[in-house]
Design a protein around this ligand. Sequence first.
Ligand SMILES: NC(=O)c1ccc[n+]([C@@H]2O[C@H](COP(=O)([O-])OP(=O)(O)OC[C@H]3O[C@@H](n4cnc5c(N)ncnc54)[C@H](OP(=O)(O)O)[C@@H]3O)[C@@H](O)[C@H]2O)c1
Length: 253
Amino acid sequence: MDLGIKNKKALIMASSKGLGKSVALELAKEGAVVMICGRTEADLIETANEISQINNAKVHYVVGDVASGSDRHKILTQAKSKMGTVDILVTNSGGPPFGNFEQHNEQDWENAYRLLLESVVGMIKGVLPDMKKNKWGRIISITSQAVKQPVEGLILSNSIRASVVGLVKTLSNELGAYNITVNNVMPGYTQTKRLENLIAKNPNLLKIAEEIPLGRIGKPEEFAAAVVFLASERASYITGVSLPIDGGWIKGI
Ligand SMILES: NC(=O)c1ccc[n+]([C@@H]2O[C@H](COP(=O)([O-])OP(=O)(O)OC[C@H]3O[C@@H](n4cnc5c(N)ncnc54)[C@H](OP(=O)(O)O)[C@@H]3O)[C@@H](O)[C@H]2O)c1
């Protein structure tokens, strides 16, 4: 199937590693021009080199912290100057700290808000004028399975990411008239550095696979395949959805 996104311009947040990197790789395989971002330049250079090996893919990188307003401004300015426009925006960030309610103070909540919600709002605001003008856009937020089924010890993520789902659903109503789709993807346990770190801190998590109907942890490329489809021309009539990519982990219907 031709996904119809050759030469579309894609900005993928938090993408030097893990899920974001995998999405950038798969978008590049479909012929999209990609811009990756993260806080560590050495990792960005390595990932940009890796992506550029794919059919001479066009890839740019920008160093920036998505939780910082001035860095977001820099990222958006670079995207405009290097790619001209952003057709596909994939929002993502690192995860907030672990802990239960009594372990977090008000500053932790504010930091989590900046990282998980303000970053998404800020990036969408930045790309929207061009998407509206071009009458074509794909916005995809990466949240977590935790928004449908809270994960123990992740109160900051469980709470604030759920607001991103409200944002996405509301925006899908507001932006449909401009041929802009807005969707949310909810990764389940997926084999990335973050999950490896989690398991190192809590070896009990090795038993996770037993709770997953498909009986295993997901691969980043399996996650990315679904995101790339939502980013494609072929997904032109899908908006406002929250798609789990979790091997069936979420138990609700
Ligand atoms: N993997 C899973 O099983 C899973 C499941 C559910 C939800 N999630 C969520 O999905 C997101 C991505 O997870 P992952 O597993 O891909 O993590 P990862 O392997 O640790 O990769 C995180 C990427 O984001 C970048 N990043 C982190 N914080 C950033 C910031 N403030 N600004 C810009 N870039 C930033 C990192 O680069 P720098 O550190 O250099 O900035 C890196 O490129 C996280 O929010 C995580 O909580 C993951």
